[in-house]
Structures are given as structure tokens and as C-alpha cells.
Design a protein around this ligand. Structure first.
Ligand code: IVH
Length: 664
């Protein structure tokens, strides 16, 4: 084999490997093998520069930086899409399509709407010759050298390419790569990007392609302009052909026949929005048939045959009207931004927490600033950044954390990033403690809302949670918006709350750093309030999942006289926290049990609950992992299996005896 032949062979293999990796998503070469071939080709080309071709995989970065981008005239205009924001608007689009086409069936192609940057790539006889941004749709910017650096962009198409092909699609940065890129920039002290879209745009418009090459850009193709002698009868066929030619298409694309199918795919994609590896801001619905498209035509650069069905925006601009400081149940001062209400991520948002003073400094948020607000999925709304250009030239006053508690005027104290009010009877803290005490995961007192708690604190009716149980009917009726019915319900809820579990009670106390999981662990370990109050620091540290810091907080709490008194009064009010009976020891603890046949004294649910309460797990089938089989009457195959595997079997009497073992 001559060197020229070897070079050609290497180019072919590398091209094939790229195609299999990026387009077919079915790689055949390992990274190491790819690197070896790549290195061999590089060396060959260095030794024999005349063997170097423009479409060689080694030639992705080679162009010199330019002064500015040349203008490129698109052969066919690049159109943009009209938006629909709701199911009704989508139905209107579909109705119009049907009206314009008469009563014939219409098929659609459903695609994710990628949140990147539209580009067009011109291939002549299969060779990538020029690439451009969308620009105004007629005239774009020549970013050929930069597009060449994107690995999912083929420099040479597979067999069957027409003489000319304008291939169009979206350049983007996958979310994971974006996170990595930003982490690197942050570490290097460079400014970070706001979102993947911005960073993709910035990366593609680098004058030096060597810079672009460092950015993790990626691409999907979804349309064509000029196609030479190639003709298509449908979009779906076009997508298949693009893929055959080596132009990566989105595997999420779907051929659909009805509006209902579109709705289902839309709902599905919206739900998975955060799981797909790149940002999408909606879906695109396109009439499939080319003939129908021709008849539908377009109005001023917007086709009548396609529409963007957008997702609710997750990022919106709004104004910080004020920054106020709220005081929580632990006394922590939290700056909160009050915003001009905006619709974002499907809900209206009027405030966003700024967490603490350092966070405000880091983001440099000030009263009066324009900001970008983000609310993705169920995540709490977050201020992404200040729009610096929008700040008035004369500037805005910096935020200052108050030196005194805004609720009670007591001095505040800094602990690391947290600023705390030092006054234990601060009304804001009391309000927070009451809210926490009554919350669903704690004492679950329905009807004791925010407003009611405020009134109780303001009027001095309640100083500690125990006071809630001492209020008379008349006192409750004296509060605003408390009628006979609400008071009846509230009194009933208070009464119900007295029968609670130890873990809820411990959680309700609002001990710092003690969440629901820790409360449960403490309840399991100590089995009574009294024992928890008397636990030593050592004993507390011995509890599973309780670290030294948490143990110290608990110990501080239990050793403070006011707290002990508050707990004593709660118990005196009639609260009876039931000890946790999920045991860490005993015949069922940590065991896998299988129930088979019928028991006379227990329903299946009862038996299961008894086992689980003792720390066991009930499984449906017998295996080597089964510790015990409880065999009632008419036990069949499971009993047989158990004896084959040598698993311990008990009958109902034996089961009953085991349950008694742990009763104390
Ligand atoms: S088709 C005439 N398909 O949305 C149709 N566009 O306003 C031309 N986009 O500029 C575009 N994903 O940047 C099409 N699957 C997709 C798309 C998509 C994202 C962007 C593209 C275009 C804009 C349309």
C-alpha cells in the first residue's frame, strides 16, 4: 500500500468511526483506537504535506483567526417559526391547516425545539464547503472554520450526496458539557456563561477557530434549503436521507397522524425536559407532506405548515422592587427579593430567596435591578444574574444586612454565612416555630395558618407551642377570620394532634439541624421524650446518622432550661407521643419475610404491618435471600420452595409467638 493509499484508508476509517459515533449512535472503535488512527494520519500528513486534504479529519482546526465574519447569501431563505403557547392555539393551527387543504388527511412530524443557534451548511458533491449563521434569514455570517471544529458536523458526506445541499440545523452545547465548561471558566477566573444557548452562540462567533475548537459544541440537523437534484416527497423521508448522508438527526423526532398524538408527545417531552441531555424550549410541529407544504405556502418568512409549540419559559426578566429580610424559626436572617410578578416555569413568581448576605454580594443584587429569574421544574425560583447593562448609570445602593433583627430589634450575630437574631423570644422566631410545630410533617394541625399564627404572636396569646392547647374557645373566636366552624375544626385538629408519634413530636420541637429523618432515628433510639432529654452528648453521637455537629445542637437544646420547660408543658397539655416500634433488634429486625397461605388471626395487611413495625420487610416470593416463611393454611408452592432452599418456616402459632417476643 502506498502512503497516499494509507492516508486515504485512514481518512475513510476515521470518517466512518465519526459517523457511527455521532449519527448512528453505535460506535465500533474505542477512543484509544480512534486516537491511534488519528495520530498515524497526522504523522503521515506531517511527513507528506501534499497528502493533506481539506476534508481530512485532522483539518478541523487550521484556519487563521479572522478580522470579522464575511457575509453569506443563503441560496434559499432561512425561515422562522410562529409560536403557539397553548393547546388551544395548537388546535387552531391544525384547524387552519385542514381548512386550507380541504378535507384530506394531514400527517405531522413532531420534533424537539432545540434551544441553540440555527446554522446552514453547504455541501458540494458531498464536501463541506461553507457554513453560515441564520443572520436575518437572507444574509448570514460565514462561520465555516468554526463549524468545521464541531465533531458531529461531517466534513464529507456519505455516498449518495447531491451536487449541492444546504443542510440546516441547530448548534448547541449539551447541558453536562455546559456545566463542565462553566466550572472550568470559574476555576480559571473567567466570566461564566448564563446558559447553554448563550455559550453556544458565543462559541460559534469566535474569530479564532482554535477557541471554538475548545468549546463542546454539538449539532442536530432538521431541515434543508437548496437540495440540487435531490427531491423529497415528505419531511420524514428528508430526515431519513439526511441521516443516511451522515447528518445527525434527533432520535426524538416522531411521525404522527393526529393532534392527540402530538399532545401526548408534547406532554411526555415536557415531563422529560430536564432529563434530555440538551436544552429544549418547546417542540416543533411540521406538516410532513412536501406537496401539502407547497400548497400551504408561507407568509412573510414564516411557513404556514409548521409551528413552534413552546414550553412555559423557565427564565424571565423582571425587576427587584425591594430586598427585605425575614427571620425564620431558628433566628436566621434571610434576605428575600420582592419582584414585579412574572410568569415563569408555569407559575407567577413575586419573590425569590437570596439565602444569605454572601449570596447577595456574589450576585450583586440591588433594589431596583433588572434580573433574570429562573424556575425550572419544581425547583424554587432563583435569581440567575443581574442585567448589568440595565442598571442606572448613577448606580444603585448596595444591600446591607441589618445589624439588628428587623422583627424584634435585638442585636444579630454572625455564624459563618448565617446572620442570626440572638433573642429567643423574638416574635418572628416564635411565629416560625409555631408554623413549624403545626406543619404537616410535624404535629399536622390543620387550619393553623400563617395569618392565625401572626395574630397569636402579635396579641401575645402564645409564647410557646404549649400555649396553643390552653387557649379557650372564646379566645380563638376573638381572632380575625375565625368563625364558629373554623374554631370547631381547629379545636378538633388540636385534640387529634395529641395522639402523635414520637418522631413527629421530636421533629415538631424544631431543634436546629434535626429534620424528619434525624427525628425518626432519635425516636427509634430513645423511645421516649424523657430519655431524649436526658441523653448525654456521647449517647447522642452514638445514634445512627447523627454527626457531632447535630449531636451538639440536640444537646444544647435539651440542656436549655426554657426548652425543657416548653417540652414539659406540651406533655402536660396531654400530648402523648407514641414510641416508635420499628425495632433495631428482635426476630424480625432487618429480616425478609414471605407470607403464604391464609392466617386465621391476621389479614395479610395486618400481618405485614406487624412485621414492618418490627423492622422486617415482606416480600412476595421465596428466594435464597428469604429469612423466614410464615405458612398459613393451604400454603402451596412457596412452602415447597422454602423447604428446598432450607429457609426457616413457621406456622401461625409460631408467628404469633415471634410477634410476642418483642412486646414489652
Ligand atoms: S425548523 C421553517 N426545527 O427555531 C422551519 N427549527 O423560529 C425552519 N429550531 O431558527 C426551522 N429546533 O433556530 C426547526 N427542530 C427544529 C428546531 C428549530 C430549534 C429553531 C431554529 C429556528 C427557530 C425557528
Amino acid at each position: 500500500m502506498t502512503e497516499a493509499e494509507r492516508a486515504e484508508e485512514l481518512r475513510r476509517q476515521l470518517r466512518e468511526a465519526n459517523h457511527r459515533y455521532y449519527v448512528l449512535d453505535a460506535p465500533t472503535l474505542s477512543d484509544a483506537e480512534y486516537d491511534r488512527l488519528f495520530r498515524e494520519l497526522t504523522q503521515l500528513e506531517e511527513a507528506h504535506p501534499e497528502l493533506r486534504t481539506a476534508d481530512s479529519p485532522t483539518q478541523r482546526v487550521g484556519a487563521q483567526p479572522s478580522e470579522k465574519f464575511a457575509k453569506v447569501q443563503h441560496r434559499r431563505p432561512m425561515m422562522s417559526l410562529a409560536n403557539v403557547m397553548s393547546d388551544e392555539e395548537l388546535a387552531e393551527f391544525d384547524a387552519r391547516v385542514h381548512r386550507l387543504l380541504g378535507d384530506e388527511p394531514v400527517g405531522y412530524v413532531f420534533e424537539p425545539k432545540l434551544d441553540g443557534l440555527a446554522v446552514t451548511l453547504t455541501y458540494e458533491n458531498g464536501r463541506f464547503v461553507q457554513g453560515a449563521t441564520r443572520g436575518d434569514g437572507q444574509l448570514g455570517e460565514d462561520v465555516t472554520a468554526n463549524l468545521r471544529t464541531i465533531k458531529s458536523v461531517p466534513l464529507q458526506l456519505q455516498a449518495g450526496a447531491p451536487s449541492v445541499l444546504e443542510a440546516r440545523g441547530e448548534v448547541f452545547i449539551p447541558k453536562a458539557d455546559f456545566a463542565r465548561l462553566n466550572a472550568e471558566r470559574e476555576a480559571a477566573g473567567e466570566p461564566t456563561f448564563v446558559n447553554p444557548r448563550n455559550s453556544a452562540a458565543g462559541s460559534l462567533r469566535q474569530l479564532d477557530p482554535r477557541e471554538t475548537a475548545k468549546r463542546p459544541l454539538s449539532m442536530f440537523f432538521y431541515d434543508v434549503g437548496e437540495t440540487g437534484e435531490l427531491r423529497f416527497s415528505s419531511h420524514w423521508e428528508k430526515l431519513a436521507k439526511m441521516k443516511d448522508l451522515g447528518l445527525r438527526t434527533n432520535p426524538e423526532n416522531k411521525l404522527v397522524r393526529s393532534l392527540d398524538e402530538i399532545r401526548a408527545h408534547y406532554a411526555d417531552l415536557l415531563r422529560r425536559r430536564h432529563d434530555v441531555p440538551y436544552e429544549i424550549d418547546g417542540t416543533v410541529v411540521k406538516v410532513d407532506s412536501e406537496d401539502q407544504r407547497r400548497r400551504l405556502g408561507s407568509v412573510s418568512r414564516t411557513p404556514r405548515w409548521a409551528v413552534a409549540y413552546k414550553f412555559p419559559a423557565e427564565e424571565e426578566a423582571t425587576t427587584v422592587e425591594d430586598i427585605q429580610v425575614s427571620v425564620g424559626r431558628t433566628g436566621a436572617l434571610t434576605p428575600v427579593a420582592f419582584l414585579t410578578p412574572v410568569h415563569v416555569g408555569g407559575v407567577t413568581v413575586a419573590r425569590a430567596t437570596l439565602h444569605n448576605e454572601e449570596e447577595v454580594r456574589r450576585k450583586d443584587v440591588r433594589k431596583g435591578d433588572r434580573i433574570f429569574l429562573r424556575r425550572a421544574g419544581d425547583v424554587i425560583p432563583e435569581i440567575v444574574r443581574v442585567i448589568a447593562e440595565a442598571r442606572p448609570k448613577e448606580g444603585l445602593p448596595e444591600f446591607r444586612m441589618p445589624t439588628h433583627c428587623p422583627a424584634c430589634g435585638a442585636e444579630v450575630h454572625r455564624e459563618g454565612a448565617i446572620t442570626r437574631c440572638t433573642n429567643l423570644s423574638c416574635p418572628a422566631q416564635l411565629h416560625g416555630r409555631l408554623r413549624h410545630f403545626a406543619s404537616r410533617g410535624a404535629m399536622d394541625i390543620e387550619g393553623l395558618g400563617d395569618q392565625t399564627c401572626s395574630q397569636l404572636v402579635e396579641r401575645g396569646l402564645v409564647k410557646t407551642p404549649a400555649d396553643l392547647y390552653a387557649l379557650t374557645r372564646e379566645q380563638w373566636l376573638g381572632l380575625e377570620r375565625m368563625g364558629d366552624k373554623s374554631v370547631d375544626n381547629l379545636l378538633a385538629a388540636l385534640e387529634r394532634s395529641k395522639q402523635t408519634s414520637l418522631r413527629r413530636f421530636i421533629y415538631a420541637l424544631g431543634i436546629r439541624l434535626v429534620g424528619e429523618a434525624t427525628a425518626r432515628a432519635l425516636a427509634l433510639q430513645f423511645q421516649s421524650v424523657e430519655r431524649l432529654l436526658d441523653a448525654t452528648l456521647d449517647e447522642l453521637q452514638g445514634v445512627r446518622d447523627v454527626g457531632p455537629e447535630v449531636a451538639e445542637q440536640i444537646h444544647d437544646f435539651t440542656q436549655t432550661a426554657e426548652n425543657r420547660e416548653a417540652v414539659r408543658r406540651l406533655l402536660a397539655a396531654g400530648i402523648q407521643p407514641a414510641p416508635e416500634v420499628v425495632l433495631a433488634r428482635g426476630p424480625f429486625a432487618g429480616k425478609t419475610v414471605v407470607l403464604t397461605g391464609s392466617l386465621a388471626g391476621y389479614s395479610r395487611e395486618q400481618a405485614k404491618a406487624e412485621i414492618e413495625r418490627r423492622g422486617g420487610r415482606v416480600s412476595g416470593s421465596v428466594s435464597r435471600k428469604t429469612d423466614l416463611v410464615v405458612a398459613g393454611g393451604d400454603s402451596g408452592s412457596k412452602l415447597k420452595k422454602a423447604s428446598e432452599l432450607g429457609v426457616r418456616v413457621v406456622d401461625e402459632a409460631g408467628f404469633h409467638a415471634l410477634l410476642q417476643e418483642e412486646q414489652r
